[in-house]
Write a protein that binds this ligand. Structure first.
Ligand SMILES: Cc1cc2nc3c(=O)[nH]c(=O)nc-3n(C[C@H](O)[C@H](O)[C@H](O)COP(=O)(O)OP(=O)(O)OC[C@H]3O[C@@H](n4cnc5c(N)ncnc54)[C@H](O)[C@@H]3O)c2cc1C
Length: 374
């Protein structure tokens, strides 16, 4: 087998690319494994076409943006331009990416880990898990069909049909304003984008809200359904899979009866942006220590959820294996130098993924220097 690489990076999103660039700048040997056919495949798969990318920095985090080459431009370019920026970066710096190669497992021990993929295996001293967090949540309703989309592949497909977008966060808001814009710009499209959220309030950031407000003011056909509950999947008389949702039910009418009033949409006209769940099962398979949230320990994760344990340099319980970016959002368990473990909030943003990459590479370089110095 060939000599050990300094770092294997799993995933070519903003976090993985930033780590690769820093490795290159410090003359470390590295390889990025990307299961998709393109750099930034995760972003390509999850952002609506034309969605603006914001260089949002979480409150209280330091300026400037950690690795400027990966920063989305301040003028909020569409996602296609951001992906192009990444392609140029890869080309200009000669970053070594194996596309269409999926990371599967890790064998061996530090400093000679064997990283297995669907195409072969590599030896590496350090591994950075930057595979994002894009395992979509289920609607959790009886009869859910696989035909419910998770994002828009082609917005034009929705011209002339009423579409239902489910979800109360930024991803849903982005889909709603993109679809509304496409419909508004199409001639004679009198149909609407129905936007349903299970709660009364929506949780979207300022930039997304601004886009949405602009779309409403420009005459977008957006109909908001608060406290709307996806109820059941059913097949109608024409054999079409439909999703039924309702907003309120009248008080029980006695005899255990409830009255519902609702709407139903063909599942193929439903886009569910209801978040993703973390890669806990993958961390388990890699034998990385996770801690279960119990009692008041966790404020972000729910009781019973398992969070990856990481040092303040994002090193897992196995030396030389790090996890960054979306893969550790929205929170992880940080074990401080004093041994105290606490839940740490980790916003799923490009900024945080890139900052993580910087923190990890600093740690790897410092370890190397310490070893070289004896
Ligand atoms: C709709 C939407 C809009 C958003 N808008 C913004 C925004 O405007 N500004 C902002 O800051 N953030 C935004 N975000 C969040 C931002 O995209 C993420 O925080 C960021 O992409 C995380 O980067 P990452 O490198 O950790 O992971 P990702 O970007 O998810 O990249 C992970 C990569 O790993 C690859 N991968 C996964 N599994 C494997 C495997 N087993 N083997 C090999 N490769 C693998 C994936 O294909 C993917 O390319 C948005 C998110 C969504 C969903």
């Amino acid at each position: 087998m060939s000599a050990a690489l300094d770092v294997i990076i799993v995933g070519s999103g903003p976090g993985g690319l930033a780590a690769a660039l820093l490795a290159k700048q410090h003359s470390r040997s590295f390889l990025i494994l990307e299961k998709g056919g393109q750099t930034m495949q995760g972003i390509i798969d999850t952002y609506p076409k034309g969605k603006k990318v914001y260089p949002t920095k979480p409150k209280s985090y330091p300026d400037p943006f950690p690795v400027m080459e990966v920063k989305p431009p301040d003028e909020n370019v569409p996602v296609e331009a951001y992906v192009e920026q990444a392609d140029t970066l890869v080309k200009d710096f000669g970053l070594n990416i194996r596309h269409n190669e999926e990371f599967l497992s890790i064998d061996g021990d530090f400093p000679n880990y064997i990283v297995k993929t669907d195409k072969g295996s590599y030896v590496a001293q350090n591994i950075i898990l930057a595979f994002g967090s894009n395992i979509p949540n289920d609607l959790g309703i009886y009869g859910e069909a696989k035909t419910v989309a998770r994002n828009i592949e082609n917005g034009e497909d929705y011209i002339g049909i009423n579409v239902l977008v489910i979800g109360g966060g930024n991803a849903a808001a982005d889909v709603v304003s993109s679809l509304s814009k496409i419909k508004r710009e199409a001639r004679d499209d009198g149909t609407s984008v129905y936007w349903a959220h299970i709660k009364e309030t929506f949780e979207i950031n300022k930039d997304t809200a601004r886009d949405l407000g602009e779309e409403v003011l420009l005459g977008g056909h957006i109909k908001i359904l608060q406290k709307a509950i996806p109820k059941i999947g059913e097949v109608d008389a024409d054999g079409i899979d439909r999703l039924y949702i309702h907003q309120t039910h009248s008080a029980g009418t006695g005899n255990d009866m409830y009255m519902y009033q609702g709407m139903s949409f063909p599942m193929k006209n439903v886009i569910a942006c209801i978040g993703t769940h973390g890669p806990s099962a993958i961390f388990d398979a890699l034998n990385l220590q996770q801690i279960t949230c119990t009692g008041p320990i966790c404020k972000i994760a729910k009781e019973g959820e398992r969070l990856l344990m990481l040092s303040d340099h994002l090193e897992t319980s196995m030396q030389g294996i790090f996890a960054i970016g979306g893969a550790i959002s929205p929170s992880y368990m940080e074990i401080g130098p004093d041994g105290v473990i606490k839940e740490k909030k980790h916003s799923n943003l490009i900024y945080t993924a890139v900052l993580d990459a910087q923190i990890v590479m600093e740690k790897i370089l410092a370890k190397d220097n310490a070893m070289a110095g004896g």
